[in-house]
Design a protein around this ligand. Structure first.
Ligand code: FAD
Length: 487
């Protein structure tokens, strides 16, 4: 072993950080170990504990295949293992480490509760074998827990969190780390037996048990190109559009947002890479610079905020409301209405078009996520957890923290949720943000011929299903349901 290395052999345990550039754990491993291999452990809980569905799994497996190729070019093999349960991970990890004769493991921390528990058990198992394990903070710009109020507590409201974040990180260096250089080839086995029957292989399967295999069409999944190269290209392309972000981001008919969420969620892209690009456009400033850039950086801080909240308030991981008193809301259990919402058959065009966007592309514009979430939880008064779960099953960018945060915000059960009496009117949202109905017509061609005015609220003779509810009356009902909590 060369004197410059601390360990002869080290393993990088990849999870939601599927990239070679700016990957803290990978960087630490190549700095500290003479020989490096990667491992990815898939088990239903890796995705299913949070109900992540076929789209997300297929996207991540495709990202993994690209990661394997990129690592292969650097003589770093990537092993894949499928297990049934998280509980098996510590023992499997112990076997992998021992059979591959590694003395150190490197991983980037994951923050949902089940993942933290799993990592704690792996740490314990490896400690007993005297194998070093290092969890690095890589998913956020600042480790969760590092931004506190003066009294040492976690922030519960976004705006003061943002202020504190900028005060603390304003001058911080978020320069991304380089990808590892090509290393000398090492003698790693092609495959190994782990847990008796589960093989540790160097092939990434097309799918895993319990999920549909979804073939890529021209390298794309539902229109999305998986992998790190596509992520970097998309980020670079956004540089030209970032200045228009503040003006365009609310209009679903315009390609006004970055559409980087699937890459950030899978870790094909790091948040530091995003921050660095934006800060470079803003002379290093988080605020007080160009409006579009300030605004986009603000969204990256929302992402930080929701991830920080998960760690500070573990009950969120158990799908409990942040505002515990809202547990008392008497949600409707109208399954038929829920199904109509899921299928995009509510009779409210903007809601239906948005739900079709989700079905067809595995993604939904942020403005529409707020509109459909408000419609489900306020107008239909259906439990936000039904929507949260449905989203997670379809979103290609499913992220536990952002999804939970978004749903609780819309349902007024969350941290700094809008007051419960502020209920989105889907028709005015539609008129304001899809003024000429271009987005609606794209997903609902049956409404093609309606005027720009009628397309938002088709008249009965247009043949479109009647609205599932009266938005004014149901708004009142929702307000009463929340007001009843105070009595
Ligand atoms: P941009 O507007 O370009 O923003 C850049 C990045 O900032 C995003 O990729 C994302 O990582 C982050 N970001 C932006 N807005 C938010 C936000 N409100 N909260 C947290 N992070 C944000 N985002 C997810 O990544 N995964 C989810 O599962 C998810 N579920 C949501 C559910 C609801 C009900 C709502 C209201 C929002 C949800 N969001 C979720 C947040 C937001 O809608 C998406 O991040 C955004 O639409 C992604 O598109 P973009 O990459 O073009 O975003």
């Amino acid at each position: 072993m060369s004197g410059r290395y601390q360990h002869q052999r080290g393993l990088v345990w990849f999870r939601s950080d599927l990239r070679v550039h700016d990957n803290m754990a990978l960087y630490r491993a190549v700095e500290s170990c003479h020989e490096v291999a990667g491992v990815f452990i898939a088990c239903p809980q890796t995705w299913q504990s949070h109900d992540e569905g076929d789209n997300l799994v297929a996207f991540r497996l495709a990202c993994l295949r690209e990661l394997q190729a990129a690592l292969g070019e650097r003589n770093i093999p990537l092993y894949f293992l499928e297990l049934k349960r998280f509980e098996q991970v510590p023992q499997a990890m112990a076997q992998i480490v021992s059979k591959l004769q590694a003395s150190a493991v490197y991983a980037n921390a994951e923050y949902p509760l089940n993942e933290r528990r799993r990592d704690q058990s792996v740490r314990q198992a490896l400690r007993e074998m005297e194998v070093a394990i290092e969890f690095t903070s890589d998913r956020t710009l600042v480790p969760p827990g590092a931004i506190k109020t003066n009294s040492g507590e976690a922030y519960k409201v976004f705006t003061p969190f943002k202020r504190a974040f900028i005060a603390q990180c304003g001058g911080a260096d978020f320069s991304p780390l380089p990808a590892p250089r090509k290393r000398a080839a090492a003698d790693w086995p092609g495959w190994l037996q782990i847990e008796g029957k589960d093989n540790l292989r160097q092939t990434i399967p097309a799918t895993v048990k319990g999920y549909r295999a979804m073939p890529l069409e021209q390298g794309r999944l539902l229109g999305w190109q998986p992998g790190e190269k596509a992520a970097r290209k998309r980020l670079k392309g956004f540089e030209e559009r970032i200045h228009a972000y503040a003006d365009e981001r609310d209009f679903p008919g315009i390609d006004g947002t970055s559409k980087l969420s699937p890459y950030l969620s899978s870790g094909a892209l790091s948040v530091r890479q995003c921050a660095q690009l934006a800060l470079a456009c803003n002379r290093g400033r988080w605020t007080g610079g160009r409006a579009g850039v300030d605004c986009w950086l603000g969204e990256l801080i929302w992402r930080e905020f929701y991830t920080h909240l998960l760690v500070a308030f573990p009950r969120l991981c158990k799908h409990q409301p942040f505002k515990l008193e809202t547990e008392g809301v008497r949600w409707s259990a109208d399954e038929q209405a829920f199904r109509r919402w899921c299928r995009g058959e509510t009779g409210v065009p903007i809601v239906d078009a948005a739900m079709l966007q989700l079905q067809q592309s595995g993604w939904m514009h942020n403005r529409l996520r707020m509109v459909v979430a408000s419609f489900l939880t306020k107008n239909l008064l259906i439990d936000w957890r039904w929507g949260e779960r449905y989203f997670m099953n379809l979103l290609i960018d499913g992220d536990f923290a952002a999804n939970n945060g978004g749903w609780q915000w819309a349902a007024s059960t969350g941290t700094d949720a809008a007051p419960y009496f502020r209920v989105f009117n889907p028709y005015s949202q539609s008129e304001k943000f899809d003024r000429r109905g271009e987005f609606i017509r794209h997903y609902l061609p049956a409404l093609q011929k309606l005027s720009d005015k009628q397309v938002h609220q088709p008249p009965p003779m247009a043949g479109y299903p009647a609205p599932i509810c009266d938005v004014k009356e149901t708004r009142k009902r929702a307000i009463e349901a929340f007001a009843a909590l105070k009595k």
